[in-house]
Design a protein around this ligand. Structure first.
Ligand code: A2P
Length: 358
């Protein structure tokens, strides 16, 4: 089996927003790695943008970025930047979201927040549309929706459809996470440090704490000494429970940064409330929206970051019984998704499409 490596074409399933009105859209963090993908997604998915406001820090004053073939000047973020904005995408870190997210919502914008600032607030929906689109606020209700952590978003695309078939009781995960999750500067550090390594030059890491070329390390989020888990791991545990509506879900996870540019991979061992055959899981995932089965045992062809990069779909494969569980209730699978797309920008745009398309 071979996978078409070209970026996914414009999706035919992108809902045509029904308002018919061209919207004023703001991107906070437009100059970042996710910001670039948000701009691209707005264009590719023909989101009804009338005016696009690209917002960033004073460091980006004077820059311009391209949208629909035309330059758009980057503006420095301030409260007034949200006047008249219909939809605001935030991807500039939790601090910026906490400060400006409520300002944008109060001025009437639908806020789709990619940071961790509001994800676990009880009143804030945390949504992957294919899995829990039902949690999106009713028309006229909340104006702020949180986009999950990138590992959560990718994992839940595989776990959600299986959980609908047989409730999941426990997930054990190990991740292989790309540089993009740490931003554009980390991606550049991976490129530069790899070039230096191959040239035999010394390289001093600036963004991540450890040498990145030909190396891997425990995720850079701080470890909580009380639990032994780092911030990334805790986010995934909490967010999986919230999105799956399974407060008692038991999750164990180890998050690791690997020298890959933009797609996150993860090995998941999943325990269900009752036995689920690997073949049935394969059947379910082969028709799950936004999922692509890559499970060719004969060719030893399974999900890989180079095939997931630039693709909308999350790739799932290596579906097999977990033989360490003699009850037949556990399966193992390998899942890979583009951190910048389903893990961030694509999911955010899908949330906005669902909200404005009502
Ligand atoms: P800037 O480029 O001006 O620093 P990444 O996740 O790739 O590192 O990108 C982070 C994004 O968030 C960038 O667009 C960055 O803008 C933006 N950003 C970071 N801090 C602020 C801030 N205090 N105000 C506005 N934008 C910010």
């Amino acid at each position: 089996m071979s996978l078409d490596l070209a970026p996914s074409p414009v999706r035919s399933d992108a809902p045509a927003p029904s308002s018919g009105r061209a919207l004023t859209v703001a991107i906070v963090g437009a100059t970042g790695a996710v910001g670039a993908e948000l701009i691209d997604q707005l264009e590719r998915r023909a989101f009804p943008v009338g005016e696009l406001r690209l917002l960033a820090s004073p460091r980006s004053a004077g820059r311009s970025l391209t949208f629909r073939g035309r330059p758009v000047a980057v503006q420095v973020l301030d409260d007034d930047a949200f006047d008249g904005v219909d939809v605001a995408f935030f991807s500039a870190g939790a601090g910026v979201s906490r400060r400006y997210g409520p300002v944008a919502a109060a001025r009437g914008a639908l806020v789709v927040d990619n940071s961790s600032a509001f994800r676990m607030d009880e009143a804030t929906p945390l949504v992957v549309p294919e899995v829990n689109g039902r949690d999106l606020p009713a028309e006229g209700a909340g104006r702020l929706v949180a986009n999950p952590n990138c590992v959560t978003a990718v994992a839940v695309m595989a776990l959600g459809p299986l959980h609908n078939e047989v409730p999941i009781r426990r997930v054990i995960a190990a991740t292989y996470q790309a540089a993009s999750g740490a931003g554009a500067a980390a991606m550049e550090e991976l490129r530069a440090s790899t070039a230096a390594y191959l040239d035999g030059r010394a390289f001093q890491p600036q963004v991540l704490k450890h040498p990145y070329a030909f190396n891997l390390f425990s995720h850079d989020a701080a470890v909580d000494p009380a639990t032994g888990y780092n911030g990334e791991e805790s986010k995934v545990m909490d967010e999986l429970r919230k999105i799956l509506g399974a407060p008692d879900l038991r999750v164990g996870i180890t998050c690791v940064r690997v020298p890959v540019l933009r797609a996150h991979a993860m090995a998941l061992t999943v325990e269900f409330a009752s036995p689920l055959a690997a073949e049935r899981a394969r059947e379910i995932l082969s028709t799950a929206p936004g999922v692509r089965l890559v499970d060719d045992v004969a060719a030893n062809h399974f999900p890989m970051p180079n095939e997931a990069s630039g693709r909308d779909e999350v790739l799932v494969g290596r579906i097999r019984p977990d033989t360490s569980d003699p009850t037949g209730c556990s399966l193992a699978l390998f899942v890979v998704g583009d951190q910048l797309l389903k893990g961030a920008a694509l999911n955010a745009i899908q949330i906005a499409e669902a909200m404005v398309g009502r």
